[in-house]
Design a protein around this ligand. Sequence first.
Ligand code: SF4
Ligand code: SF4
Length: 125
Amino acid sequence: MAVWYECQRCGACCRWEGEVRLTDADIARLAGFLGLSEKEFIERYTRIDVRRAGLALKDKEDGSCVFLRGRECAVQPAKPEQCLGFPNRWRFPGFEKWCRARPVEVDEAERRRLCREEAGELLSG
Ligand code: SF4
Ligand code: SF4
């Protein structure tokens, strides 16, 4: 059996250390969602990532993501692919210590279908 992690929307991954790197598609989608030009979005909400290889979302003073409102993501329908893909399409060793996503046993075909559906949210949103 395979495992699918059901996000409990606790918001912990929007607060922990690290950065949300942005693809060009993320920037276009987020700017459109917020009604901004890409240039305006980049100026207001991004910074150079730690590898100096691209852009990442800015953090608030407490280290949480600039778009976190309480436990909710203010850009949920347009959120970056990195956010959407965690923890099913990418994760790190020991992530369960911080992430409350509920593991559900599914067969491999279903896990792949759910991954495709999740990735498709970015295209349909
Ligand atoms: S963009 Fe949304 S989901 Fe991603 S880290 Fe920020 S608040 Fe969390
Ligand atoms: S992915 Fe995990 S840490 Fe992030 S909101 Fe969902 S349950 Fe919480």
